[in-house]
Design a protein around this ligand. Structure first.
Ligand code: AMP
Ligand code: MG
Length: 354
């Protein structure tokens, strides 16, 4: 199959809408990451997403809409969810609600809930409006790879597997949507994203955060969001997080990188803009300013993909505080590193890698 990449003209969106109506797959930009869409109520179309991504069948999909009336076919809405929709839609918030049985089991992975989102990206909005169908769309990467934040990332992963990619430039947020469970009395964050805990609490009162957000699932622990079970966002090389006081971290990054190179590795660091110059001999990858977690979120997945392009096999990364959008960054970076963390002070004290 030939994969066309087209800019988001009205003609291209019309073509995309026709493909979707026929049950074909189309990748398109959203404000979070690129999505791989299929007609959510077409039982024959949805399995194509799992095949193209290599996604496990037990990981459910998010259904995208352009107006709330479409929810009537999908789920049962409650007052708490309405409050969140009023405050954060259109935008990077996915809401889990009790499903209706018009939604195929393949979309919900057999769960009795469905995930719904109304995106704010103008191209996503235009496409959803043009086809006027609910569109199931997970991130448009091959399963296990970092989510795509540019059309070229989608092409790398989906070339030959889907007929069309709509190119809408770089995604603004850069990490996937915040996923909240809204089936109980309290909002529970299953996956952190651009809509932060503080933002949710201002609207909906106390919010809980699923335990597995900043650590691996424990043995026997049930994943509230099935996607959290899988190793996500991982580049081919081994990523380690380096934590501690700023100056110690920079010194430890230098030491760790040099030692890894002496051991024959292709080593590099992921560091803040402010430290790039000090780390110029460590193949620095600039993840953005230490004072701007939004910038780090925006650049993270592109950086992780570059590490693979450059065949880096050992990577040491700075970390951001897990607050605000930083929680979403650390959720993704933690998984990229399989939660492997190194204390900078200890590295400097021992002068060797643990
Ligand atoms: P992706 O669109 O690839 O970012 O993945 C969608 C995420 O939403 C995955 O982590 C899913 O596990 C999660 N998700 C989708 N539907 C549900 C649901 N009904 N209950 C809990 N999590 C869900
Ligand atoms: Mg994904």
């Amino acid at each position: 199959m030939i994969t066309q990449v087209l800019p988001a003209t009205p003609e291209a969106l019309q073509m995309a809408a026709e493909l979707l109506a026929k049950g074909e797959l189309v990748a398109f930009p959203t404000e979070t990451v690129y999505g791989l869409g299929a007609h959510a109520l077409n039982r024959d179309a949805v399995p194509g997403i799992f095949a193209a991504k290599g996604r496990p069948a037990d990981n459910p999909l998010i259904v995208h809409i352009w107006r709330r009336e479409q929810l009537t076919d999908l789920c049962y809405v409650n007052p708490l969810a309405e409050k969140l929709m009023d405050a954060f839609w259109p935008g990077p918030l996915t809401i889990i609600l009790p499903r209706k049985h018009t939604v195929p089991d393949t979309v919900t992975a057999g769960l009795d809930t469905v995930a719904v989102r109304l995106p704010s990206h103008p191209v996503a909005y235009e496409l959803l409006k043009t086809c006027n169908l609910p569109i199931a769309a997970p991130s448009a990467n091959r399963s296990g790879k970092p989510s795509p934040t540019a059309a070229r990332h989608v092409y790398e992963d989906m070339q030959g597997r889907i007929p069309l990619i709509i190119d809408g430039g770089d995604c603004q947020v850069g990490v996937e949507s915040t996923v909240v469970d809204c089936t109980g009395e309290r909002v529970c964050i299953l996956r952190p994203g651009g809509v932060t805990r503080q933002m949710l609490e201002e609207v909906a009162g106390p919010v809980t955060v699923a335990g597995s957000v900043l650590r691996p699932l424990q043995e026997g622990e049930k994943a509230l969001s099935p996607g959290m079970r899988y190793q996500h966002y991982a580049p081919n090389g081994q990523v380690s997080l380096v934590e501690g006081e700023e100056q110690d971290v920079v010194a430890a990054l230098k030491l760790l990188c040099r030692q890894a190179e002496e051991n024959g590795h292709r080593a590099c660091v992921m560091c803040f803009t402010e430290h790039v110059e000090m780390l110029q001999h460590c193949h620095p990858h600039d993840i953005g300013s230490k004072d701007c977690p939004e910038e780090v979120a925006h650049r993270l997945f592109d950086t992780l993909r570059r590490l693979d392009e450059e065949n880096m096999d050992v990577i040491f990364s700075e970390v951001v505080p897990p607050e605000g959008v930083g929680l979403a960054v650390m959720n993704r970076l933690g998984r990229a590193a399989a939660f492997r963390a190194i204390e900078a002070g200890e590295v400097l004290a021992s002068g060797r890698i643990r």
